[in-house]
Ligand binder design. Structure first.
Ligand code: NAI
Length: 327
Protein backbone atom coordinates (compact mmCIF):
# COMPACT_ATOMS: atom_id res chain seq x y z
CA UNK A 1 0.00 0.00 0.00
CA UNK A 2 1.19 3.55 -0.82
CA UNK A 3 2.49 5.28 2.29
CA UNK A 4 0.25 8.11 3.48
CA UNK A 5 0.96 11.82 2.99
CA UNK A 6 0.74 13.78 6.22
CA UNK A 7 -1.13 17.06 5.90
CA UNK A 8 -1.21 19.58 8.73
CA UNK A 9 -4.16 21.97 8.81
CA UNK A 10 -4.12 24.83 11.31
CA UNK A 11 -7.30 26.60 12.32
CA UNK A 12 -8.95 23.27 11.58
CA UNK A 13 -12.15 24.04 13.50
CA UNK A 14 -12.66 27.35 11.67
CA UNK A 15 -14.76 28.10 8.63
CA UNK A 16 -12.16 27.31 5.99
CA UNK A 17 -11.07 24.28 8.01
CA UNK A 18 -14.61 22.93 7.88
CA UNK A 19 -14.70 23.39 4.13
CA UNK A 20 -11.27 21.94 3.34
CA UNK A 21 -10.81 18.93 5.62
CA UNK A 22 -13.50 16.83 3.98
CA UNK A 23 -12.08 17.46 0.53
CA UNK A 24 -8.58 16.53 1.61
CA UNK A 25 -9.90 13.35 3.24
CA UNK A 26 -11.80 12.63 0.03
CA UNK A 27 -8.56 12.62 -1.96
CA UNK A 28 -8.92 15.96 -3.74
CA UNK A 29 -5.27 16.96 -3.25
CA UNK A 30 -3.29 13.95 -4.37
CA UNK A 31 -5.73 11.72 -6.20
CA UNK A 32 -7.81 8.62 -5.53
CA UNK A 33 -4.95 6.25 -4.71
CA UNK A 34 -3.11 8.32 -2.16
CA UNK A 35 -3.96 7.87 1.54
CA UNK A 36 -3.64 10.87 3.83
CA UNK A 37 -3.23 11.54 7.53
CA UNK A 38 -4.77 14.79 8.80
CA UNK A 39 -2.86 16.54 11.59
CA UNK A 40 -5.16 19.27 12.86
CA UNK A 41 -4.08 22.19 15.03
CA UNK A 42 -6.35 24.47 17.02
CA UNK A 43 -6.16 26.72 20.05
CA UNK A 44 -7.43 25.26 23.36
CA UNK A 45 -10.88 26.95 23.33
CA UNK A 46 -11.62 25.41 19.92
CA UNK A 47 -10.51 21.86 20.72
CA UNK A 48 -14.02 20.70 21.54
CA UNK A 49 -15.34 22.00 18.24
CA UNK A 50 -12.40 20.28 16.53
CA UNK A 51 -13.44 17.01 18.16
CA UNK A 52 -16.86 17.46 16.59
CA UNK A 53 -15.28 18.00 13.17
CA UNK A 54 -13.20 14.87 13.65
CA UNK A 55 -16.36 12.92 14.54
CA UNK A 56 -17.89 14.03 11.26
CA UNK A 57 -14.76 13.09 9.34
CA UNK A 58 -14.97 9.66 10.93
CA UNK A 59 -18.65 9.44 10.03
CA UNK A 60 -17.81 9.90 6.36
CA UNK A 61 -15.78 6.65 6.39
CA UNK A 62 -13.39 8.12 3.82
CA UNK A 63 -11.34 5.23 2.41
CA UNK A 64 -8.23 7.41 2.02
CA UNK A 65 -8.24 8.93 5.52
CA UNK A 66 -5.78 6.75 7.36
CA UNK A 67 -5.48 8.61 10.63
CA UNK A 68 -6.20 11.90 12.39
CA UNK A 69 -4.24 13.89 14.94
CA UNK A 70 -6.05 16.57 16.98
CA UNK A 71 -3.86 18.87 18.99
CA UNK A 72 -3.27 22.34 20.36
CA UNK A 73 0.50 21.88 20.19
CA UNK A 74 2.26 22.90 16.96
CA UNK A 75 5.11 20.49 17.76
CA UNK A 76 2.65 17.61 17.56
CA UNK A 77 0.70 18.96 14.60
CA UNK A 78 3.79 19.42 12.43
CA UNK A 79 5.51 16.13 13.30
CA UNK A 80 6.70 14.55 10.04
CA UNK A 81 4.25 16.56 7.91
CA UNK A 82 4.76 16.66 4.16
CA UNK A 83 2.33 19.53 3.63
CA UNK A 84 1.37 22.30 6.04
CA UNK A 85 -1.70 24.41 5.34
CA UNK A 86 -1.47 27.34 7.72
CA UNK A 87 -5.03 28.64 7.82
CA UNK A 88 -5.60 29.65 11.45
CA UNK A 89 -4.84 33.30 12.12
CA UNK A 90 -5.83 36.14 14.35
CA UNK A 91 -8.64 38.18 12.79
CA UNK A 92 -8.69 41.95 13.04
CA UNK A 93 -10.72 43.00 16.07
CA UNK A 94 -12.42 46.34 16.53
CA UNK A 95 -10.03 49.26 16.80
CA UNK A 96 -7.01 47.14 15.90
CA UNK A 97 -4.39 48.94 13.82
CA UNK A 98 -2.72 47.17 10.92
CA UNK A 99 0.56 47.07 12.82
CA UNK A 100 -1.15 45.39 15.79
CA UNK A 101 -2.72 42.85 13.46
CA UNK A 102 0.65 42.09 11.90
CA UNK A 103 2.22 41.74 15.35
CA UNK A 104 -0.56 39.49 16.69
CA UNK A 105 -0.17 37.22 13.71
CA UNK A 106 3.60 37.27 13.98
CA UNK A 107 3.12 35.81 17.45
CA UNK A 108 1.36 32.85 15.77
CA UNK A 109 3.51 32.38 12.67
CA UNK A 110 6.94 32.74 14.33
CA UNK A 111 6.47 29.76 16.66
CA UNK A 112 4.76 27.83 13.89
CA UNK A 113 7.77 28.41 11.61
CA UNK A 114 10.07 27.23 14.43
CA UNK A 115 7.93 24.13 15.02
CA UNK A 116 7.95 23.32 11.29
CA UNK A 117 11.72 23.70 11.29
CA UNK A 118 12.07 21.23 14.16
CA UNK A 119 9.49 18.62 13.23
CA UNK A 120 8.33 18.65 9.62
CA UNK A 121 9.39 16.01 7.10
CA UNK A 122 12.40 16.93 4.96
CA UNK A 123 10.16 17.41 1.91
CA UNK A 124 7.64 19.70 3.65
CA UNK A 125 5.82 22.30 1.56
CA UNK A 126 3.91 25.12 3.17
CA UNK A 127 0.88 27.14 2.08
CA UNK A 128 -0.12 30.13 4.21
CA UNK A 129 -3.77 31.15 3.93
CA UNK A 130 -4.28 33.02 7.22
CA UNK A 131 -4.12 36.80 6.75
CA UNK A 132 -2.09 38.91 6.25
CA UNK A 133 -0.98 35.84 4.30
CA UNK A 134 2.15 37.09 2.51
CA UNK A 135 3.73 38.58 5.62
CA UNK A 136 2.67 35.67 7.85
CA UNK A 137 4.39 33.43 5.32
CA UNK A 138 7.54 35.56 5.45
CA UNK A 139 7.61 35.29 9.25
CA UNK A 140 7.18 31.50 9.20
CA UNK A 141 9.83 31.13 6.50
CA UNK A 142 12.41 33.28 8.25
CA UNK A 143 11.93 31.28 11.46
CA UNK A 144 12.52 27.97 9.71
CA UNK A 145 16.12 28.33 8.55
CA UNK A 146 16.61 24.62 7.79
CA UNK A 147 13.71 24.44 5.35
CA UNK A 148 14.53 25.70 1.85
CA UNK A 149 12.79 29.09 1.51
CA UNK A 150 11.13 28.16 -1.77
CA UNK A 151 8.95 25.66 0.12
CA UNK A 152 7.04 28.59 1.67
CA UNK A 153 4.16 30.05 -0.30
CA UNK A 154 1.10 32.17 0.39
CA UNK A 155 -2.28 32.01 -1.28
CA UNK A 156 -3.43 34.31 -4.06
CA UNK A 157 -5.24 31.53 -5.87
CA UNK A 158 -8.64 32.69 -4.68
CA UNK A 159 -8.00 36.09 -6.26
CA UNK A 160 -6.76 34.29 -9.38
CA UNK A 161 -9.94 32.20 -9.59
CA UNK A 162 -12.07 35.28 -8.99
CA UNK A 163 -10.30 37.04 -11.87
CA UNK A 164 -10.91 34.11 -14.22
CA UNK A 165 -14.63 34.12 -13.41
CA UNK A 166 -14.99 37.87 -13.91
CA UNK A 167 -13.25 37.73 -17.30
CA UNK A 168 -15.25 34.70 -18.43
CA UNK A 169 -18.50 36.36 -17.46
CA UNK A 170 -17.63 39.59 -19.26
CA UNK A 171 -16.58 37.75 -22.43
CA UNK A 172 -19.51 35.33 -22.30
CA UNK A 173 -17.23 32.28 -22.42
CA UNK A 174 -16.74 29.27 -20.14
CA UNK A 175 -14.10 29.70 -17.43
CA UNK A 176 -11.95 27.10 -19.21
CA UNK A 177 -11.49 29.55 -22.11
CA UNK A 178 -9.62 32.00 -19.85
CA UNK A 179 -5.88 31.39 -19.40
CA UNK A 180 -2.77 33.19 -18.19
CA UNK A 181 -4.44 35.37 -15.59
CA UNK A 182 -2.06 36.78 -12.99
CA UNK A 183 -2.41 38.17 -9.51
CA UNK A 184 0.70 40.19 -8.73
CA UNK A 185 1.93 41.14 -5.25
CA UNK A 186 0.10 41.09 -1.97
CA UNK A 187 -3.11 39.24 -1.07
CA UNK A 188 -4.74 42.53 -0.11
CA UNK A 189 -6.55 45.34 -1.83
CA UNK A 190 -3.27 46.52 -3.40
CA UNK A 191 -2.95 43.30 -5.39
CA UNK A 192 -2.79 43.72 -9.14
CA UNK A 193 -5.19 41.44 -11.01
CA UNK A 194 -3.66 41.49 -14.48
CA UNK A 195 -5.96 40.96 -17.45
CA UNK A 196 -3.49 42.43 -19.94
CA UNK A 197 -1.40 39.27 -20.27
CA UNK A 198 -4.40 36.94 -20.09
CA UNK A 199 -5.85 35.05 -23.01
CA UNK A 200 -9.43 34.22 -23.88
CA UNK A 201 -9.83 31.39 -26.36
CA UNK A 202 -6.16 31.85 -27.25
CA UNK A 203 -6.50 35.57 -28.09
CA UNK A 204 -5.27 38.48 -25.97
CA UNK A 205 -7.93 39.16 -23.35
CA UNK A 206 -7.92 42.98 -23.83
CA UNK A 207 -8.67 42.46 -27.53
CA UNK A 208 -11.58 40.10 -26.78
CA UNK A 209 -12.96 42.28 -23.99
CA UNK A 210 -12.41 45.42 -26.06
CA UNK A 211 -13.28 47.70 -23.16
CA UNK A 212 -10.25 49.08 -21.37
CA UNK A 213 -12.35 51.22 -19.05
CA UNK A 214 -14.05 48.04 -17.82
CA UNK A 215 -10.70 46.40 -17.13
CA UNK A 216 -9.42 49.38 -15.12
CA UNK A 217 -12.57 50.63 -13.46
CA UNK A 218 -14.58 47.45 -12.94
CA UNK A 219 -12.49 44.29 -13.27
CA UNK A 220 -9.49 45.34 -11.17
CA UNK A 221 -11.43 46.82 -8.22
CA UNK A 222 -13.98 43.99 -8.29
CA UNK A 223 -11.26 41.37 -7.84
CA UNK A 224 -9.36 43.50 -5.33
CA UNK A 225 -12.46 44.02 -3.18
CA UNK A 226 -14.26 40.73 -3.74
CA UNK A 227 -13.41 39.46 -0.25
CA UNK A 228 -15.10 42.48 1.34
CA UNK A 229 -18.12 42.10 -0.98
CA UNK A 230 -18.57 38.47 0.13
CA UNK A 231 -18.38 39.51 3.80
CA UNK A 232 -20.95 42.22 3.13
CA UNK A 233 -23.34 39.74 1.50
CA UNK A 234 -22.77 36.63 3.60
CA UNK A 235 -21.90 38.17 6.93
CA UNK A 236 -18.81 35.95 7.02
CA UNK A 237 -15.64 35.84 5.02
CA UNK A 238 -15.13 33.57 2.00
CA UNK A 239 -14.71 30.04 3.26
CA UNK A 240 -15.71 27.41 0.70
CA UNK A 241 -14.12 29.38 -2.14
CA UNK A 242 -10.98 29.94 -0.05
CA UNK A 243 -10.81 26.23 0.76
CA UNK A 244 -11.27 25.42 -2.93
CA UNK A 245 -8.47 27.81 -3.86
CA UNK A 246 -6.14 26.23 -1.28
CA UNK A 247 -6.93 22.83 -2.80
CA UNK A 248 -6.16 24.23 -6.28
CA UNK A 249 -2.87 25.74 -5.04
CA UNK A 250 -1.67 22.41 -3.67
CA UNK A 251 -2.96 20.50 -6.71
CA UNK A 252 -0.97 22.76 -9.04
CA UNK A 253 2.17 22.49 -6.93
CA UNK A 254 1.86 18.70 -6.64
CA UNK A 255 0.64 17.78 -10.12
CA UNK A 256 2.07 20.72 -12.15
CA UNK A 257 0.48 23.29 -14.45
CA UNK A 258 -0.90 22.39 -17.90
CA UNK A 259 0.90 23.55 -21.05
CA UNK A 260 -0.21 26.98 -22.23
CA UNK A 261 -1.31 28.24 -18.86
CA UNK A 262 0.06 29.41 -15.54
CA UNK A 263 -1.19 30.03 -11.99
CA UNK A 264 -0.63 32.76 -9.41
CA UNK A 265 1.36 31.93 -6.30
CA UNK A 266 2.90 34.17 -3.67
CA UNK A 267 6.49 32.98 -3.28
CA UNK A 268 9.77 34.34 -1.90
CA UNK A 269 10.48 37.29 -4.16
CA UNK A 270 12.91 36.62 -6.96
CA UNK A 271 13.31 40.29 -7.83
CA UNK A 272 11.86 39.52 -11.27
CA UNK A 273 10.09 42.44 -12.98
CA UNK A 274 11.78 44.86 -10.54
CA UNK A 275 9.82 43.50 -7.59
CA UNK A 276 11.29 44.09 -4.12
CA UNK A 277 13.55 41.42 -2.65
CA UNK A 278 12.95 39.85 0.72
CA UNK A 279 9.15 39.71 0.66
CA UNK A 280 6.58 37.10 -0.37
CA UNK A 281 5.28 38.32 -3.72
CA UNK A 282 2.66 36.78 -5.99
CA UNK A 283 3.79 36.05 -9.56
CA UNK A 284 2.62 34.06 -12.55
CA UNK A 285 4.28 30.65 -12.22
CA UNK A 286 4.48 27.42 -14.15
CA UNK A 287 5.12 24.23 -12.21
CA UNK A 288 6.75 20.97 -13.21
CA UNK A 289 7.89 18.10 -10.99
CA UNK A 290 7.01 20.08 -7.88
CA UNK A 291 9.23 23.05 -8.86
CA UNK A 292 7.68 26.38 -9.68
CA UNK A 293 9.22 28.97 -11.97
CA UNK A 294 8.25 32.57 -12.46
CA UNK A 295 7.03 33.20 -16.01
CA UNK A 296 9.69 35.26 -17.73
CA UNK A 297 9.65 37.72 -20.56
CA UNK A 298 6.26 39.38 -20.09
CA UNK A 299 6.39 42.94 -21.36
CA UNK A 300 5.01 45.32 -18.77
CA UNK A 301 3.36 48.63 -19.55
CA UNK A 302 3.81 51.72 -17.40
CA UNK A 303 0.42 50.94 -15.87
CA UNK A 304 1.50 47.38 -15.01
CA UNK A 305 4.73 48.67 -13.48
CA UNK A 306 2.94 51.25 -11.35
CA UNK A 307 0.55 48.61 -10.05
CA UNK A 308 3.42 46.23 -9.21
CA UNK A 309 5.30 49.03 -7.48
CA UNK A 310 2.31 49.92 -5.28
CA UNK A 311 1.70 46.40 -4.05
CA UNK A 312 5.44 45.84 -3.59
CA UNK A 313 5.63 48.98 -1.48
CA UNK A 314 2.86 47.69 0.78
CA UNK A 315 4.72 44.43 1.29
CA UNK A 316 7.86 46.34 2.26
CA UNK A 317 5.83 48.36 4.78
CA UNK A 318 4.33 45.19 6.24
CA UNK A 319 7.81 43.70 6.55
CA UNK A 320 9.10 46.83 8.28
CA UNK A 321 6.30 46.53 10.87
CA UNK A 322 7.38 43.02 11.92
CA UNK A 323 11.12 43.22 11.22
CA UNK A 324 12.02 42.06 14.74
CA UNK A 325 10.13 38.78 14.19
CA UNK A 326 12.15 37.73 11.19
CA UNK A 327 14.55 35.47 13.05
P1 NAI B 1 -12.19 31.42 11.34
O1 NAI B 1 -12.09 32.49 12.34
O2 NAI B 1 -13.49 30.77 11.03
O3 NAI B 1 -11.20 30.23 11.75
C1 NAI B 1 -9.89 30.45 12.16
C2 NAI B 1 -9.54 29.33 13.10
O4 NAI B 1 -8.17 29.46 13.44
C3 NAI B 1 -10.34 29.40 14.41
O5 NAI B 1 -10.95 28.15 14.64
C4 NAI B 1 -9.26 29.70 15.46
O6 NAI B 1 -9.53 29.06 16.71
C5 NAI B 1 -8.02 29.12 14.79
N1 NAI B 1 -6.77 29.66 15.30
C6 NAI B 1 -6.49 30.92 15.73
N2 NAI B 1 -5.23 30.99 16.15
C7 NAI B 1 -4.68 29.77 15.96
C8 NAI B 1 -3.40 29.24 16.22
N3 NAI B 1 -2.44 29.97 16.78
N4 NAI B 1 -3.17 27.95 15.91
C9 NAI B 1 -4.14 27.19 15.37
N5 NAI B 1 -5.38 27.64 15.12
C10 NAI B 1 -5.64 28.92 15.41
O7 NAI B 1 -11.52 31.98 10.01
P2 NAI B 1 -11.59 31.40 8.54
O8 NAI B 1 -12.77 31.95 7.84
O9 NAI B 1 -11.40 29.92 8.57
O10 NAI B 1 -10.30 32.11 7.89
C11 NAI B 1 -9.00 31.76 8.32
C12 NAI B 1 -7.99 32.76 7.79
O11 NAI B 1 -7.92 32.71 6.39
C13 NAI B 1 -8.30 34.22 8.14
O12 NAI B 1 -7.09 34.84 8.51
C14 NAI B 1 -8.81 34.78 6.85
O13 NAI B 1 -8.60 36.17 6.77
C15 NAI B 1 -7.93 34.04 5.87
N6 NAI B 1 -8.41 34.03 4.50
C16 NAI B 1 -7.45 34.09 3.51
C17 NAI B 1 -7.80 34.05 2.19
C18 NAI B 1 -6.75 34.13 1.12
O14 NAI B 1 -7.15 34.22 -0.05
N7 NAI B 1 -5.46 34.11 1.39
C19 NAI B 1 -9.21 33.95 1.79
C20 NAI B 1 -10.13 33.85 2.89
C21 NAI B 1 -9.72 33.88 4.20
Amino acid sequence: MTSPIRVAVTGAAGNIGYAILFRIANGDLFGPDQPVILQMLEIPPAMKALEGVAMELEDCAFPLLQDMVLTDDANVAFKDVNWALLIGARPRSKGMERKDLLGANGAIFKPQGEALNRHAASDVRVLVVGNPANTNCLIAMRNAPDIPPERFTAMTRLDHNRAISQLARKAGVPVTAVKKVTIWGNHSSTQYPDAYHAEINGRPAPEVINDDAWIRETFIPTVQKRGAAVIEARGQSSAASAANAAINHVQSWYHGTPPGDWVSMAIPSTGAYDTPEGVIFSYPVTIQNGQYQVVEGLSLSDFDRAMLAATGQELLEERAAIEEMLG
